[in-house]
Design a protein around this ligand. Structure first.
Ligand code: B12
Length: 306
């Protein structure tokens, strides 16, 4: 990991040294370490964070709202927003190749040792983005191609799910946070996207109700009546045939007359234009999810204060 002195950081980011110091002192937006002679030293990630903050402000965010979001949340958002370059993904691709190699014949101990070892040494958001979700895609694709048994697919899928849930369950439940219901609607059994969304919402301090895959519409409505969610987030992975897509859209519109509803995933993106004249929001990716959650949290805080 490289470290940089402030004059270099100013060059790298296009920010003045004064601004960088103020963002640290007043807002705690960056946390440089100090060298033995007390010079500020910024890691590559802190430099990237300064660029990210600058970029967010160019897109209309205020320094106050970014400061309220906090350093750790901004770092998490930046990691998800930054596309993984092929160079950065290379070591993870090698790991994924090794993991796939230990599935047939199944070397359970080797698979778990490699996976656990890799996930333990990087921030969990990064592990989700670079290891767990790509692993799910790879094993799913192999199964679809008839090259992996459903038993081994289930074994790996369960391990991925356990990892997401075990980290999520260690987070404190914020019963005063905005209530978010997360599920996959009826007929949708691909679950990992929804789980990743649940994990992200929980890390932001939302009160998450995760209801899993294939949830019948009538039960979704009844549950909403019970918990009065501030936001319903639905994951749609499959692209539905025309008639089924229209029926799903009608149901979602009915839900959206009472509650704030947002959808994401490949199936939701395929609905694209049809969502335009409805109250249903389309969240294109996990970066859009982060921004939506930040908006929700800030209105929730403001409502709690008034
Ligand atoms: C993994 C997988 C499986 C696994 C599912 C494991 C599980 N329990 O979830 C297994 C092998 C069991 C499976 C089975 C089936 N599958 Co499958 N599967 C896949 C695969 C390879 C990856 C899907 C996935 O999980 N992606 C991982 C997530 C993380 O990525 P993502 O979906 O892109 O989501 C990202 C964003 O969109 C976002 N996101 C997702 N949801 C949301 C929600 C919100 C609110 C937000 C903000 C963001 C967000 O988060 C992710 C972040 O990067 C895809 C092909 C592909 N490469 O996409 C096929 C695919 C989805 N499957 C498909 C099908 C048809 C099936 C089956 C119905 C096949 C069958 N005839 O039985 C079955 C039924 C499902 C089941 N569970 O039994 C088709 C769907 C076709 C279509 N019409 O769209 C696909 C596209 C394969 C194909 N090319 O035909 N599958």
């Amino acid at each position: 990991m490289n470290t940089h002195r402030i004059h270099r950081v100013a060059k790298l980011t296009g920010l003045s040294k004064d601004v960088i110091r103020v963002w640290e002192r007043r807002y705690g937006l960056v946390k440089p370490s100090r060298s033995s002679n007390r010079y500020r030293e910024y890691s590559d990630e802190e430099v990237a964070l300064l660029r990210f903050v600058k970029n967010q402000m160019e897109q209309g965010a205020t320094i106050g709202s970014l400061a309220a979001e906090g350093h750790d949340s901004l770092v998490a958002r930046m990691r998800i927003a930054t596309p993984v370059s092929p160079e950065d993904q290379k070591p993870h691709d090698r790991l994924l190749d090794d993991l796939m190699g230990s599935l047939d014949p199944l070397d359970k101990a080797g698979f778990e040792r490699r996976l656990n070892g890799a996930v333990a040494v990087i921030p969990f958001e990064e592990a989700v983005q670079r290891i767990l979700l790509p692993l799910q895609r790879r094993i799913g694709e192999l199964w679809h191609e008839g090259r992996l048994s459903i038993a081994v697919e289930h074994y790996v899928t369960k391990i991925i799910q356990q990892k997401l849930f075990s980290v999520m369950n260690q987070l404190p439940v914020n019963e005063f946070g905005p209530r978010i219901l997360i599920a996959c609607p009826e007929g949708e059994t691909h679950e990992i996207g929804a789980q990743a969304v649940a994990y992200i919402a929980a890390t932001k301090g939302c009160h998450v109700y995760y209801l899993g895959p294939n949830l019948p519409f009538s039960d979704l409505l009844t549950f909403c009546e019970k918990i009065t969610p501030d936001l319903v987030l639905l994951s749609l992975t499959e692209v539905k045939p025309e008639a089924a897509a229209l029926q799903q859209l009608q149901e979602l519109e009915q839900l959206a007359t009472r509650w704030s509803v947002a959808v994401g995933g490949q199936g939701a993106r395929a609905m694209g234009d049809r969502l335009r004249d409805t109250k249903i929001e389309l969240l294109d990716d996990l970066t859009a999810l982060h921004s939506r959650l930040m908006m929700l949290l800030s209105t929730h805080r403001a409502a709690a204060r008034s």
